[in-house]
Design a protein around this ligand. Sequence first.
Ligand code: SF4
Length: 428
Amino acid sequence: MNAPVPSLPTIPSAPLAARPVLRERGQHEVFCGLTGIVWLHRKIQDAFFLVVGSRTCAHLIQSAAGVMIFAEPRFATAILQDQDLAGLTDANDELDRVVGRLLARRPDIKLLFLVGSCPSEVIKLDLSRAALRLSRSNPKVRVLNYSGSGIETTFTQGEDACLASMVPELPTVAAQANDPLMVVGALPDVVEDQFKRLFDALGVPVTFFPPRRSTALPTLAPGTRFLLAQPFLAATAKALEERGAKRLSAPFPFGVEGTRAWLAAATRAFGVSDEHLARVVEPSEQRARTALTQARERLSGKRIFFFPDSQLEVPLARFLSRELNMSLVEVGTPFLHQDHLGPDLAMLPADVTVSEGQDVDRQLERCRAARPDLVVCGLGLANPLEVEGLTTKWSIELVFTPVHGYEQAGDLAELFARPLVRRTRLEV
Ligand code: SF4
């Protein structure tokens, strides 16, 4: 006899316009998009990221990536010199020389990204023309460009810009009955493998974008359906839609509930029954629920405040509130994409303050007044808030750590529980 089938989570369908959003514009505290190179160079294993920037950019990327453990590094900075910045020399000539030397020494590079920075944007160095020129003169290497600049951006936009630059490269094929689903967003290999096994068991053909090797790009057919794995891929989704792909709307796959609903968006689109989905995921959900138990004891009833940083804030707040019983004080996010975040937003409690953008001084005032048990914020705010006696969690860790899907649900919850445990120990 079959086991009883657990029902799918209920996603309220309250009109999004009904939720007031506090929109702020002022000084903000975020990292720049260069940070994405840290996880993207691990994901696309034959790509090289050449930042065209300053010594500051070189220091940021080197310190964010930690000690270089590769015999052959896969990112570097072409440093703009004072003469380049002053417009006294043609930075393009120097860039061509650097790229020529790099490709001669590293024939394993199949895809080269020229990554723009604040300095290259300020001097209006046209990296798209440079990429075209260098692609023509190096036919064995595809040269693309995107901006990782920190001017008016936040750190996860680097991945979005990188993937959007790859969308025109995806080969077009004719539509077929079994066109695979495309999962979009860089996932750690271990998480990608787990999702692949689940989709195989569900009978949903799947490809992942970005791929592990740039020579194995997924194909696009008219009407290819795609599912975002990350909530910060607005430009990539737009570029895919402009090529005729269709986005499946779903909450993001954090925690048991989010993962089930995310998978359900795929299975329903591919004609797989909810009962089959429930049976396939039951063992994973059991493990995940058990893994959440301990963290729930520590986190239940605790008040949490999100500063806008990673763009993961809304789906994480949904997970913490619904599966760990945390109380949301304020959920700040740099950008609120109503279409992409709609299903997660609809599951937040009605009384929580959702804010978009940042005026850091005003938000700090609200945070200090609320005295939450846990503050999720960027590194620049964490130390001062700790000194004031608040407990913090670095939001960047949530992007560097595998957190998607059932098998990571317990680890994700622990990331929030750990700072509270640390604070308790310090106080003993
Ligand atoms: S891109 Fe801009 S914000 Fe990022 S390290 Fe370089 S100068 Fe700083």
